[in-house]
Each structure stands twice: as C-alpha cells, then as structure tokens.
Design a protein around this ligand. Structure first.
Ligand code: DQA
Length: 137
C-alpha cells in the first residue's frame, strides 16, 4: 500500500512554530515514528509552501498511489485550485489538521478540500496523521 503525506505552507516549521498549537516535534521525527508504526505501508512525504507545487504533486501521485493524506494548512481555507485538484484525481484523499480548526478563528472553518475528500480527521494533534493512515487500512 502506497500512501503519501502532503503538507502545505508553514508545516516545515513544525517543532518551532506555535508549539502550544502544533506541538514540539519536527515532521521528520513524526514521519520516522509513523514509518515504524506502519512498517507494511510504503509511506512517503512531500511539503511545500507553494500552492502550485502542492497541486502538481496531487496530479503526480493522484492516479498511482493508494491514498493521500493532505494537510493543506492555510491553503485549505483559500485554495479553490487545491480543492479542484482533489476532485480531479482518482486516489482517495483524507484531509488532516493537527489542530481543531472549528475551535479556532472563523476563517479556518471553511475547507475547499473537505467536499472532495474521502474524510476529514482533525484536532487530535500529530496523532491525526496516524489516524489518517489507519483509515486507509
Ligand atoms: C492546520 C490548520 C490551518 O488552519 C493552519 O493554517 C495550519 C495548520 C493544522 O494542521 O491544524 O497551518 O492545517
């Protein structure tokens, strides 16, 4: 089973960025522990701060991989293009957020990804990624 985690803008700063919201682990550490928790899953990881690069990656993997875990971060709430990309590909996408976006500012309550996603997992901290992988198994 081939699953990719795609992280959007500012998630390269995990571990340093607002640790009271996003925790103190880097994504490299999180990814390592996911790999050891799911040894039978072929896991890969992509991060970009650039909207078009995320869309290109969705196109690249979206007809080949078995699952996509997408934390589009701030683009979740703004990017019609990312939502259209999720709609246009075949691989199922699970939308993930570390924080409970519904308990935060109103602009975070909107998602352009969710209507086209297989499901949404949010608010469980970095465990949200683990739950998303489990949802594909
Ligand atoms: C986030 C929530 C978004 O609103 C925010 O812009 C992020 C991270 C999360 O994982 O909780 O950058 O997607």
């Amino acid at each position: 089973m081939k699953i990719i985690i795609i992280n959007g803008p500012n998630l390269n700063l995990l571990g340093k960025r607002e640790p009271e919201i996003y925790g103190s682990e880097t994504f490299a550490e999180i990814f390592k522990s996911l790999q050891s928790k799911f040894p039978n899953v072929e896991l890969s990881y992509f991060q970009s701060n650039i909207e078009g690069e995320i869309i290109n990656k969705l196109h690249e993997v979206g007809f080949i991989y078995d699952g996509i875990i997408l934390n589009a971060a701030a683009y979740t709430h703004t990017s019609v293009g990312s939502g259209d990309a999720v709609k246009g590909i075949e691989t199922p996408v699970v939308e993930v957020h570390i924080s409970n976006v519904h308990a935060r500012e109103e602009f975070r309550h909107v998602s352009y990804i969710a209507p086209n996603a297989k499901g949404v997992i949010l608010g469980f901290g970095i465990k949200s990624y683990e739950l998303a992988i489990q949802s594909f198994l």
